[in-house]
Design a protein around this ligand. Structure first.
Ligand code: GDP
Length: 460
């Protein structure tokens, strides 16, 4: 890491809570002068004489005028979020007071923080690694229990520890191989090839597992595009209403969502299911096979999961078989749901559609088996239990880097299979190390950091 980046001598200030009116707002200062600046505005007590991790009640006075009664939280570096001296002013949450307090801090010598600058300082001072710092942004943006859990897990360093262990082993081996190069005349092998081979194999498994988890990570972070399709009168609107009544998710503006194509969002077991353009599909789909409307078909293909709802009285087993083969042709992740079980009865329905696996029979009208439907939906997109304790990759930057790690590891293995000399193996191992380091921030540059932290909001 370049030294130019560390050792800030300026002090930054920003509103840490959401802008607007609230009962309380928090203004955060970080930097070498944080305590001194606050002290100039706080006549009640000499803050310079106070211990770290203490609270102080008093007025903030600027230009002889009291701005507000506040609670000052005082943290001395390095035992603080950013690793620097940090002051948090809890004030009354009026936008006017917030602005006045920030202005007073700026007058006293602070400057307004850039987006993500607090977290960037925490990273540069070694308080968090890059993957952890990025998870702070995810944590703030989390909209469901599952996305909250994964971000939390990552912030606490689970992901980083896994990568770190891998990196350390690879470093050891690359050091041994490079040592061999110094003795190249003598034809010695310090790095035991069998052990290296085993290590590469394990590393490949770990990294493969992590890259695979990205699909799940995406599901957790962004939700799943979901379509309910079927013939008219199958009961799609009824089912939609039943699901929405119980599970309508409260979502504001989430990145990656276009309001005009997403109508409703369900929160089922912490996963967001975004019902895509259901109105359009409802109107234009007779059966999927007779779709002339290419656009609708594309929508269905875009969906992470398609609920195919059919009327158990009207449709035959042959109809369903035909439908299945169409879905499979197009590689669609579908769930077969037979509706109106209240009319036909489950055992009759089972007999009528015997031999077709995995049909779930429900009654949208009577709310029967809706819980089973929810379980099936979650299983369809999570492929197994949701284990949010496990490391799940949610960040596209990490995913790209992990794919490069995977490629480099495969190259090492192929190289070993074909008896590649140590110096060439060492190059591929270094490539692995490079990409692993990019994730946690051992290898980084200023532009990359600016890019990452610019995605944060101000005050974080
Ligand atoms: P859509 O055209 O697929 O959206 O179907 P609707 O939701 O409008 O339902 C068509 C008709 O089927 C309506 O009269 C519903 O009341 C009825 N219906 C929907 N679900 C059920 C069900 O589970 N059982 C029964 N008996 N009727 C249902």
């Amino acid at each position: 890491m370049s030294n130019k980046l560390t050792g800030y001598d300026d002090t930054i200030v920003a509103l840490a809570t959401a802008p607007g009116v609230g009962a309380i707002a928090v203004i955060r200062l970080s930097g070498p002068q944080a305590i001194t600046i606050c002290n100039q505005l706080f006549p009640s007590k000499d803050l310079l004489q106070q211990a770290s991790h203490t609270l102080h009640v008093g007025s903030i006075v600027s230009d002889g005028k009291i701005i507000d009664e506040v609670v000052v939280s005082l943290f001395k570096g390095p035992r603080s979020y950013t690793g620097e001296n940090v002051i948090e002013l809890s004030c009354h949450g009026s936008p006017y007071i917030q602005q006045q307090l920030i202005d007073a801090c700026i007058q006293a010598g602070a400057r307004l923080a850039k987006p993500g600058e607090f977290t960037m300082r925490a990273f540069l001072n070694g308080k968090l690694d890059l993957a952890q710092a990025e998870s702070v942004a995810d944590l703030i943006a989390s909209h469901s229990a599952a996305s909250h859990q994964t971000a939390m897990q990552q912030m606490r360093g689970g992901f980083s520890r896994e990568l770190q262990a891998l990196r350390e082993q690879l470093i050891r081996f690359s050091a041994l191989i490079e040592l061999e190069l110094d003795f190249s005349q003598e034809d010695v092998e310090f790095a035991d090839r069998t052990q290296l081979y085993a290590l590469i194999k394990t590393a490949l498994e770990v990294v493969q597992h992590l890259t695979d988890s990205f699909r799940m990570g995406n599901v957790i972070k962004h939700g799943v595009n979901t379509a309910i399709v079927g013939k008219p009168n199958a009961g799609k609107s009824t089912l939609l209403n039943t699901l929405l009544n119980e599970n309508r998710a409260i979502v504001s503006d989430i990145a990656g969502t276009t309001r005009d194509t997403i109508e409703e969002v369900l929160n089922i077991q912490g996963i967001l299911f975004r019902l895509i353009d259901t109105a359009g599909i409802r109107e234009s789909v007779d059966t999927i096979e007779s779709i002339g409307v290419q656009k609708t078909l594309e929508k269905i293909k875009e969906a992470g999961v398609v609920i195919y709802l059919f009327d158990v009285i009207e449709l035959t087993a042959a109809d369903i078989r035909k439908q299945i083969s169409l879905f499979e042709q197009d590689g669609i992740n579908y769930l077969l749901v037979g509706n109106k079980m209240d009319v036909l009865g489950e055992s009759e329905a089972l007999a009528k559609f015997a031999g077709i696996p995995d049909i779930l029979f429900i009654s949208a009208k009577d709310h029967a088996h809706i819980d089973l439907l929810k379980d099936r939906l979650v299983q369809k997109v999570m492929s197994g239990d949701i284990n949010t304790e496990a490391t799940i990759v949610t960040n596209a930057r990490h995913y790209a880097a992990l794919q490069s790690v995977l490629q480099a590891l495969q190259d090492v293995r192929t190289g070993m299979d074909s008896g590649l000399p140590g110096d060439l193996l060492a190059l591929d191992i270094r490539r692995c190390l490079h990409f692993l380091g990019e994730i946690t921030g051992e290898i980084t540059n200023e532009e990359q950091l600016d890019w990452i932290f610019s995605k944060f909001c101000i005050g974080k």
